[in-house]
Design a protein around this ligand. Sequence first.
Ligand SMILES: NC(=O)c1ccc[n+]([C@@H]2O[C@H](COP(=O)([O-])OP(=O)(O)OC[C@H]3O[C@@H](n4cnc5c(N)ncnc54)[C@H](OP(=O)(O)O)[C@@H]3O)[C@@H](O)[C@H]2O)c1
Length: 267
Amino acid sequence: MSDRFVPGSLDSLVDKIALVTGAGSGIGRGVALALAREGCRLVLAGRRPGPLERVAAEVRAHERDAIPVACDVGSPTDVDALGKSARRAGVVQILVNSAGIAPAASFLEMEDSLLEEVLRVNFMGTYYCCKRFLEPMIEAGWGRIINIASTTAKTAYPHTAAYTASKHAVLGLTRVMALETARKGVTVNAICPGYADTDLTRDNARRMAARIGGSAPAVLERFAGTSPQGRLIAPEEVADLAVLLASPAGDAVTGQGINVDGGAFMG
Ligand SMILES: NC(=O)c1ccc[n+]([C@@H]2O[C@H](COP(=O)([O-])OP(=O)(O)OC[C@H]3O[C@@H](n4cnc5c(N)ncnc54)[C@H](OP(=O)(O)O)[C@@H]3O)[C@@H](O)[C@H]2O)c1
């Protein structure tokens, strides 16, 4: 079991089936491992089989089942196949949508194709997975959907038009789904991390350093400096909140976008 503080009954998640997208790295990996520690059985989705296999091995080290499934969440055909693979585990009771991409570009320089791809993965990917896995949750009378959005779901930064639009859309979808499932035993929430210590952030720091000059570590320092706590968010900190939302402590929490950002954005 995790030695981090988790409110609620830890037994409540034992043998629940959780599907995590983007599970091969960063926040998705952190959430998958945290749920495994609490006793969940995992279905792990992402495009590259290698990272998924490695996380599956880490889950199995907690004596929990893990089914890695290569899947592009932006493809409805792939998500349908993911649904069929997940059936091998049983009915998915907890869905965590963490798959995402964050290429940056100024609005005028942004190619249409960049916007389309970011919306396809971040928004349509979340939508396809919600659409595929919500109904069985409703039939079972219990379910949890946790969308990893971003503080950009609520505010904006330059050079992030595609990403910001996609995350605003994810939060809007989250809120509507929460209303429509509120009396059906299902909660739908978003977690809104600030700059997190993951590949996505490190890649962006490298790209920004190449564009404006300077070093990637210096850009990472700038990212960290935007938080009142002066640091990046650890994937495990996002994962702990996901565990709380999945547990009975989260029963009355639905339709929320909860910031995990060291106080960077207070709204
Ligand atoms: N890092 C931050 O500062 C930050 C802040 C706020 C929110 N977030 C959000 O947190 C989530 C996780 O990001 P992260 O920081 O953990 O970055 P990450 O380590 O790059 O994780 C993103 C994961 O998504 C998967 N992925 C990308 N495109 C996919 C697709 N089309 N289909 C299926 N899987 C796909 C990637 O694996 P494959 O390449 O193998 O598919 C990767 O494992 C994202 O939604 C991101 O927007 C991150």
